[in-house]
Ligand binder design. Structure first.
Ligand SMILES: C[S@@+](CC[C@H](N)C(=O)[O-])C[C@H]1O[C@@H](n2cnc3c(N)ncnc32)[C@H](O)[C@@H]1O
Length: 269
């Protein structure tokens, strides 16, 4: 899934300190309480699906009023009706538990970070190759992918430019494991399970890298820029795929002819 543009990812004005996913859940609760109160007051006994549709509609209206991004309104509208329909299918509860655990392992703290897993294209990997500094005898190029997903960027660059060392940090357990498995035979790769904001993780100190790459979302870009400015060495390169840094013009912009119309934004620090 591709993330939304910056404008739709803003926090809702009525619940400014609450992550959108938590706000959506609170609004679902409020909608349920209101519809239930209405049913009790009027004495009308709607069918479960009608009740669910009323809850969904009310939640979507509340979400609109609270300023949630537009794509949340559709989720809010169909959430409770989908629950009711799923219950009619009589699926064993273990299936839902298993599905939940897999989603948790893949998306982990996305509800907080607002950075889900989606992957750079092959064409982005090739463009990145062209942005690496030229090989220098006796010097190892050091590259970091912040939020390395399934490790595609690392494996590609490690094979294309064996003179470098390629590190990745990934917070979600299943992608981190996949990255680690994928790179474990490449002696010039290292994958760390953790958060890019964790100062106790030495790999997250950006001063050691010649090139730092990030493909995240609009949400962390300002904070990441401050980290990059504070830690990266003069002359090193910071590359963001697709997501701009507020008020910071890149030194170079590369449009990539892939499915997502990715853009590589490049800053010389
Ligand atoms: C859009 S994906 C990019 C994957 C990979 N870099 C690529 O280009 O294919 C972003 C990844 O960053 C991870 N992520 C989000 N916040 C993070 C954090 N604070 N620390 C480490 N990884 C994070 C997500 O779990 C996700 O796998």
């Amino acid at each position: 899934m591709k993330p939304r543009p910056a404008s739709s990812a803003k926090l809702p004005p009525l619940l400014p300190r609450v992550p959108p996913a938590v706000a959506a859940l609170l609004l679902q609760g409020a909608a349920f309480a209101l519809v239930l109160a209405g049913v009790n007051l009027t004495g009308v006994r709607p069918a479960p699906l009608t009740f669910a549709l009323l809850c969904g509609l009310t939640a979507a209206i509340f979400s609109r009023l609270a300023g949630l991004a537009r794509w949340w309104l559709l989720i809010q509208l169909v959430f409770v009706p989908a629950l009711v329909l799923m219950l009619t299918l009589d699926i064993p509860p273990g299936f839902f538990l298993a599905a939940f655990l897999v989603m948790l392992a893949v998306y982990w703290s996305t509800f907080k970070t607002q950075v889900p897993l989606y992957l750079s294209s092959n064409k982005v990997w090739h463009e990145l190759e062209g942005l690496l500094p030229a090989a220098q005898a006796g010097k190892t190029l050091r590259f970091m992918d912040l939020g390395c997903g399934l490790g595609g960027v690392l494996t590609h660059l490690a094979a294309a430019r064996p003179d470098g060392h390629y590190s990745g940090v990934e917070s979600a357990p299943l992608p981190a494991l996949a990255s680690w498995l994928r790179t474990r035979r490449q002696r010039n790769c290292a994958v760390y399970w953790g958060s890019i904001w964790d100062d106790a993780l030495p790999a997250c100190h950006l001063a050691q890298y010649d090139v730092v790459f990030a493909y995240l979302s609009p949400v962390p870009m300002e904070r990441l820029w401050h980290k990059a400015r504070a830690e990266m060495r003069p002359g090193s390169v910071f590359i963001s795929s697709t997501f701009a840094v507020p008020d910071q013009q890149p030194d170079q912009t590369l449009s990539v002819d892939d499915l997502h119309h990715s853009t590589l934004l490049v800053w010389k620090m």
